[in-house]
Ligand binder design. Sequence first.
Ligand SMILES: Nc1ncnc2c1ncn2[C@@H]1O[C@H](COP(=O)(O)OP(=O)(O)OP(=O)(O)O)[C@@H](O)[C@H]1O
Ligand SMILES: [Mg+2]
Length: 232
Amino acid sequence: MTLAIEIKSVTKEYELGHIKVPALRGVDLEVAAGEFLSIVGPSGSGKTTLLNLIGCLDEPTAGTVTLFGKQDISHLQDRVATKLRRDSIGFIFQTFNLIPVLNVFENIEFPLIIQGVEKPERKKRVDEIIREVDLQAFVGHKPDELSGGQRQRIAVARALITNPKLVLADEPTANLDKETGLTILNMMKEMNQVHQTTFIFSTHDPKVMQLARRVVVLEDGKISSDTLSSNN
Ligand SMILES: Nc1ncnc2c1ncn2[C@@H]1O[C@H](COP(=O)(O)OP(=O)(O)OP(=O)(O)O)[C@@H](O)[C@H]1O
Ligand SMILES: [Mg+2]
């Protein structure tokens, strides 16, 4: 089994002036490559903190986070963290985080430009993923001319365009109605199955978490349960 993520004895404390706010209090977690895993738990339980540590957006106070079986990412230099994020991780956010002045095609193309991929190859890959997320009719539209569900489909395509090994999604369906949220999740799941990309997403929504094969529950900065679902 190849491990995508190995988290050992991780704690995270935020400092607010002189006050220390414990966000994670000793988390151990192993995620195999190709998993489709949901992190759930009450507000303030540490979901975003955990995703930020896995995504090299922040550093643990103690413990180690190892990605792809080799690289301890707990304390990377900024330059190295940026490169790792660019080459291996796709991010999907609750508020989509699209670039407003770019159209659908250009938003999805953007990570490939950053990676230095040549234009003909970019066009081929963007056209292909636009078909996968069914946005052919909106290629030239700007994000603010589209619905929330359509915007999140752009964000999913943008996260996947570089074929990352890992996709992290923090409440990707929170700003969508139930039905649209389920559509987005099913699309992520299909991509997980087709491309074997490892997906980790946080959610509050019981309907959405049911789609995960594995559900990890965080409570007060600790994992309180970790269950596999038989029907996925
Ligand atoms: N930048 C920060 N500075 C100080 N405390 C923080 C910071 N970010 C988070 N916290 C605290 O850390 C704890 C965990 O927060 P986190 O955002 O990880 O929770 P969450 O599970 O994602 O919650 P939600 O469901 O509301 O998004 C909370 O007590 C929160 O107040
Ligand atoms: Mg959060």
